[in-house]
Write a protein that binds this ligand. Structure first.
Ligand SMILES: [Cu+2]
Length: 552
């Protein structure tokens, strides 16, 4: 049985040993994978400027690897089986060796189906020149989802549409009084407005540092102290909405990179993203750290506790959110900020219903109008929807958070604290569509599932400055991750201060843009970080090469 929570590893030469194990929380138990015997695996506490050697030993029964998420490493050290290395087979070893070129909060994980079983852990890199944020306590809060079902079995069931994975689909949809026209519209999409997550609480326990809500995880504080919380979303399939009722959170870093402090009451964190916040708990014995799954089927909980056993009230799960016309790529408004995710009005009449009717007429004509797609997008069974009006949704707080009545973070509020290294304007625009077929559980970029295009990567010239526009032609939010680089969100931040990130959520039916300086040569994975989307085709290789003899 695993131990819950990470041991700390520091120094220049580390050993990480992968093993089969088992895990239990509340009444659930099942197989797990551990690294150095714990879930999550060890916290690597490193220092900017040091060298790192890690000997990976595979004592488990499956192939493994370690990917260093967000770290700038030589691409052969990036840990992606099939792209940068072969999987490390049972009984084998692999040595990673690279310099630590950055500071901040990151994480590591397997780039195989061992990841959802527990093969992940946090990384903290202390800055070479001292930390500008002086705090009394510094905690990692690693969020994850754990299922007793073997990931290979779970993926197969998703493919054939078996099993009640979607909590809201089975319990809540009968309660929504949809009109006949609405029903037909959603039926055409083979969806319901409650389809938020592929997998939810009936199969998942939501963990903080390996602890389920019943495990009583506590983070100690003394009243008046400054406490840094480093949130890392290490989940396989779950976006979380994070809040600490009664305690404002000052966001100071996103994806490991410092941002100008912004105070919020809640933030949504997609898979693989990280946010560092500072809180100053005072005036109560305890505060609840609540990580509610985006579809509100369950939550992870821990306590900030001023004495052992101190407890704050844990709020009830909020009502499930509903997808909106904007999520179907049919927003006709001019501002992404004005869209109300939480409030699709199913009342008998009124403005909201009227707006929906007119959109539906559009929808019935063009829901699958593939003429809207650029010519490089492959049209076929892998594309069951086309966003008709993919507006930029950088200002969107995330599904279900538009009307919650307190301050919620959105990407437009992120401003890089430091001047970005490359101030050049992009010289070209590269548009990439996120595509899928919900019913057949096919996911892809530009309609082309990864296995079909292994010889045709996305090519960037070395040191090229390119703007990438991601267009989401599906009704799910996808957290898109590029390995080996930081990109800058095009979010309206002042020149030179666009926030640096390694992962960006692209909202359903919408678009998101980032500027990239392609200055890390090699072959890099580029994929959706929902693990079963990645393993079912939403994956591509980005190749960064010097321009030679006219080749790009
Ligand atoms: Cu995805």
């Amino acid at each position: 049985m695993v131990r819950k929570g990470s041991d700390v590893l520091s120094g220049e030469h580390l050993t990480m040993t992968v093993a089969d194990s088992s895990f239990a929380t509340a009444s659930r138990h099942g197989p797990a994978v551990t690294v150095n015997g714990t879930l999550p695996g060890p916290l690597l506490r490193l220092r900017e400027g040091q060298n790192l050697v890690v000997d990976l030993e595979n004592n488990s029964s499956m192939g493994t690897s370690i990917h260093w998420h967000g770290l700038l490493v030589p691409f052969l050290m990036d840990g992606v089986p099939g792209v940068t290395m072969a999987a490390v087979e049972p009984g084998e070893r692999f040595r990673y060796e690279f310099p630590i070129r950055q500071a901040g909060t990151y994480w590591w994980h397997a780039h195989t189906l061992q990841e959802p079983m527990g093969h992940y852990g946090p990384i903290i890199i202390d800055p070479a020149n001292g930390d500008p944020h002086q705090v009394d306590r510094d905690y990692v809060v690693m969020l994850s989802d754990w299922s007793p079902m073997d990931p290979h079995v779970l993926m197969k069931k998703l493919k054939v549409g078996e099993a009640p994975f979607n909590f809201q689909k089975t319990t809540a949809t009968d309660d929504y009084p949809l009109s006949g026209a609405e029903r037909r519209m959603w039926a055409r999409m083979r969806m319901m407005p409650t389809d938020i997550s592929d997998v939810s609480a009936p199969l998942y326990s939501y963990l903080l540092n390996g602890h389920g809500p019943e495990d009583g995880l506590e983070f100690a504080f003394n009243p008046g102290e400054r406490v840094r919380l480093r949130f890392i979303n290490g989940a396989a399939m779950t976006f979380f909405n994070v809040r600490i009722p009664g305690l404002p959170m000052k966001v100071i870093a996103a994806d490991g990179q410092d941002v100008r402090p912004v105070e919020v009451d809640e933030f949504q964190i997609g898979n693989a993203e990280t946010y560092d916040v500072i809180v100053e708990p005072n005036g109560a014995d305890a505060f609840a750290i609540v990580a509610e799954a985006m579809d509100r089927s369950g939550m992870g909980v821990a306590m900030l506790a001023s004495r052992p056993g101190a407890r704050a009230d844990v709020p009830l799960l909020r009502d499930p959110p509903l997808l909106t016309m904007a999520d179907m790529g049919m927003s006709h408004g001019s501002s992404a900020d004005s869209m109300d995710h939480g409030g699709m009005d199913h009342g008998s009449s009124g403005a909201a219903s009227g707006a929906m009717d007119s959109s539906m007429d559009m929808g019935s004509m063009s829901m699958r109008d593939t003429s809207l797609l650029p010519p490089n997008v492959k049209v076929g069974p892998g594309v069951d929807m086309v966003s008709m009006n993919p507006v930029d949704r950088m200002g969107d707080p995330g599904i279900g958070l538009a009307g919650v009545g307190h301050r919620v973070l959105n990407y437009r509020q992120l401003v890089s604290a430091n001047m970005n290294p490359d101030m050049r304007r992009p010289t070209r625009l590269k548009e990439i569509h996120l595509t899928g077929n919900m019913e057949r559980y096919m996911w892809s970029f530009d309609g082309q599932k990864f296995s079909a295009v292994t010889d045709d990567p996305i090519r960037f010239a070395f040191n090229e400055r390119v703007r990438v526009k991601l267009v989401n032609d599906t009704m799910m939010a996808h957290p898109i991750h590029l390995h080996g680089h930081f990109f800058e969100l095009v979010n309206g931040a002042p020149h030179g201060h666009q926030p640096l990130k390694h992962t960006v959520i692209v909202q359903p039916g919408g678009s998101a843009q980032f500027d990239l300086t392609a200055n890390e040569p090699g072959d890099w994975a580029f994929h959706c970080h929902l693990i079963y989307h990645m393993h079912n085709g939403m994956f591509q290789v980005v190749t960064v090469r010097p321009l030679q003899g006219g080749e790009g």
